[in-house]
Design a protein around this ligand. Structure first.
Ligand code: ADP
Ligand code: MG
Length: 322
């Protein structure tokens, strides 16, 4: 049986030149941000049977646990520096730890984000990561900055993670090809770090967040923080490639309320449209304009013809979202 310290040494401590001044092994890690930069800090927890099914692929879990945290840095426009990992598991299973640490470090290395410490304990499987990033003062993209008249933009595509969940739960008949296309969106989300950085560094967006709990609810956070309302064309929401071939009511609902998308939603002055398209193209992340910020409070969902859309009346209320 692996001791706690053997386990940390074997799976989480690496002999690589790191970003941190002092990494794993002491009572605290020491991190020296770039002079004058602000630290951006966020924590996200993944709990078995709440955020993932028991028996989930450990490599995907390692990736996703870090990805959802990096997505928060992306939303602010911050550059990843380092993270800590607090891990509770029922037993020290070498095969699980091997897969988990591989998925974790593959993504960490992609962004030069170093594991600098954590805590390990026995308990129900629970993965908690705190991520540290940095950003120049005044550049962080907050939820509170949206201005009446702003365009509302969404990165990438929405809804394929929710479609995967529907397939796993047998809520919808979904063919194997669609499921294979959609599943990576649920299991291996891709944090939009480059897009967030370019929006922040070039001052292109007024407000931003990452879409983790569904577009409608998350846009609501920007509207509340910015004391504004919005009008959104649900048929402009960019459906994932698998979801795009589903019937309209499913496509609309999963795009608008799906969850687990980890795309960015941001608002920006209409005068920045060309600059945003160019910046997004340069970092290889498609972006789509889906609506506008309005003075009238509340969110108005419309179709392409401008007619009101009531998602709840669409006849899919048997989809109980988690
Ligand atoms: P303490 O007793 O001070 O809480 P621990 O004995 O829990 O320290 O941990 C020893 C070292 O290993 C610390 O530097 C801690 O940050 C690190 N550590 C513990 N668990 C993990 C983990 N899951 N991943 C990375 N580092 C870890
Ligand atoms: Mg400890």
């Amino acid at each position: 049986m692996l001791s706690e310290f053997d386990l940390i040494k074997q799976y989480f401590q690496r002999d690589l030149p790191g970003r941190a001044t002092l990494g794993i092994g002491d009572d605290c890690a020491l991190l020296t941000p770039t002079a004058g930069a602000q630290l951006a800090i966020s924590t996200d927890m993944l709990v078995e049977n709440r955020h993932f099914f028991a028996g989930a692929d450990p490599r995907c879990l390692g990736h996703k646990a870090l990805a959802v945290n990096l997505s928060d840095l992306a939303a602010m426009g911050a550059t990843p520096l380092a993270f800590t990992l607090a891990l509770a598991m029922p037993k020290a299973d070498p095969a699980w730890l091997e897969g988990f640490s591989r998925g974790l470090f593959e993504l960490a290395d992609l962004y030069g984000c170093e594991l600098i410490g954590g805590d390990t304990t026995r308990g129900p499987l629970n993965i908690c990561i705190t991520v540290f990033g940095e950003i120049a003062p005044g550049q962080a993209l907050k939820r509170s900055g949206a201005v009446v008249g702003d365009d509302i933009w969404v990165s990438g595509t929405l809804g394929d993670a929710r479609l995967t969940l529907a397939g796993l739960r047998d809520e919808l008949p979904i063919d194997q090809d669609s499921l294979a296309l959609a599943a990576p969106r649920m299991h291996l989300p891709d944090p939009r770090i480059a897009l967030g950085q370019v929006l922040a560094q070039q001052g292109l967006a007024h407000a931003a967040l990452d879409i983790s709990d569904g577009f409608v609810g998350d846009l609501g956070h920007i509207l509340a923080a910015s004391k504004a309302g919005a009008r959104v064309n649900v048929d402009a929401l960019p459906a994932g490639p698998a979801l795009a071939s589903q019937e309209t009511a499913v496509r609309r609902q999963f795009c608008a309320q799906g969850g687990d998308d980890y795309e960015l939603c941001f608002s920006a002055d209409p005068g920045q449209r060309d600059a945003i398209m160019a910046a997004a193209a340069a970092c290889g992340t498609p972006v789509t304009r889906v609506g506008i910020i309005e003075a009238q409070p509340g969110l108005r969902l419309v179709d392409g013809a401008g007619l009101a859309v009531d998602l709840d009346a669409a006849g899919f209320d048997h989809f109980i979202l988690p």
